[in-house]
Design a protein around this ligand. Sequence first.
Ligand code: AMP
Ligand code: MG
Length: 422
Amino acid sequence: MDRPVPPDCTPESLGFEAALAQVLRTVRPLPGAETLALTDALGRVLAAPLIATMDLQPWPNSAMDGYAFAFADLDTALGAGLELVGTALAGHPFTGRLGRGQCVRILTGAVLPDGADTVVMQEHATLAHGRLRLQRPLPVGANVRAPGEDVRAGQTVLPAGSRLGPAQLALAAALGQGTVTVHRRPRVALFTSGDELTPLGRPLGPGAIYDSNRYLLRAMLQELGATVVDLGIVADDPAAVRAAFAAAREQADVVISSGGVSVGDADYVRDVFAEFGDIHFWRIAMKPGRPLAFGRLGETWFFGLPGNPVSTAVTFHQFVRPALRLLEGEAPAPPLRLQLPLLEPLHKAPGRLDFQRGIVGPGPDGRLGVKSAGAQGSHVLSSLAAANCLIVLPADSGDLPAGATVTVEPLPWPGTPGRDVF
Ligand code: AMP
Ligand code: MG
C-alpha cells in the first residue's frame, strides 16, 4: 500500500518533536510474519500475543527444602510431632496421600503431596526418632508456590508487539511454547555518500577519511534485528546516487543514507531522491543533526541522515530507531528519560535543542548523576564511544552549574560503557 507522506510537514525547518511525531504517525508495521523456534527468536517482535495454555506454576510445589504437612496438624507439629512417612523430590513426587499427623520430607520444586498444604523450612524444625517437631508456628500455605501463582491458563502473558529478550523467551519456554509468531525482519538498504570516503583496508588518499558511518549504521541496524543490504560508498555524483536509489527500491523496505543531504554544492542525495519519491527535507532545530530527509519511494521508506558521525548516530537514534521499531511491529513507547543532577558544570549555547553525549555514574556521595562525555563537536566519535547516555537540553537552556537537574536518555547499544548502571 502506498502511503504518501501527508503534506502538512513541508516547512524548511521544524521542531524536533514535530518531526518525530510526523515520522511516527506515518510509518506502519510491515506486512508478513513467520513462526520461529524460541532459539531463533531473540530480539524479534511478537506478531501474535503469547497466551498461556497452562498454569505457571503447573503444580503446587515447595519453595524450600523442608517438610510438607497439613496445616490442620499444626498443633500436633508443635507438640507431639508429626510422623515422617516419605520423601518428595523435584521430578519424583510422593505418590501416597498424607494421613492425619503425618509429614513428608520435601525438596525445592517438588510437588506438594495430596493432603499437604504447608511447608516448614528444614532450619525451623527438628527431626528425631522419625518424628518432626516445629520450633515455631507458621501460616497456612507457608513456603508453597501455588498453581497459577505466576500465570493463569488463558492469560495473555505478552501482547503482540512485545520484543523478545531473554526473560520473554524464558516465559514462553516455561509455558511449554516452543515456537513464537513474529514479524519478519525489515530489509534495510544502506549507503554512505561522499567523494572523501574510503573503505577500510585501503590507504587514505589526500583529504580522504575512512567511512565510519557504514559501521555505525550497520551496527545500530543489527542491534534492531534488521537485515542489512549494503550498497557501499556512493560518489558525490547525481548518476551514482540515482543508481543507489534504484537498487535500494528493488531490495529494501527502508533505505538509509548518510551524508550529502545538506545544502552544499556536492549534496545530491536530497534532490535525486525528490526525482523518485515524496520527500520531506527538514532542517530540524536540534544539535547535532540539523539536516534530515524523510520520504517514501514506492513501498520503501527513506531516511537521509547527515554525514557527521555523531549527527548520524543521534538522528538514527532519535528518528530511525523508533520508526524501525514501529515497522518491526513493536508497540510504540516513548524513550526512558531520567532526571539527574549534573556532577560538573555543563556548557550549552542557547538556540537549539541539544543532545549532548554524557556519562551517568555515581557522584562523590554515591548517588547517580551525569557529566559530559567530552568534546561535543558533531565529528567527535571518541566522546560518543565514552558516552552511556544523551543529555537532553532544551533550546533555551544556556550553561548549567553543577547540581542542576537535567534530562537524560540512556543509550541502548551493546558496549555502551556503564550501561548496567541504569
Ligand atoms: P555531509 O553531510 O556530506 O556534508 O558530510 C558532513 C561531514 O561528515 C563531512 O566532514 C564528511 O566528511 C563527514 N562524513 C560524511 N560521510 C561520512 C562517513 N560515511 N563516515 C565518516 N564521516 C563522514
Ligand atoms: Mg558530503
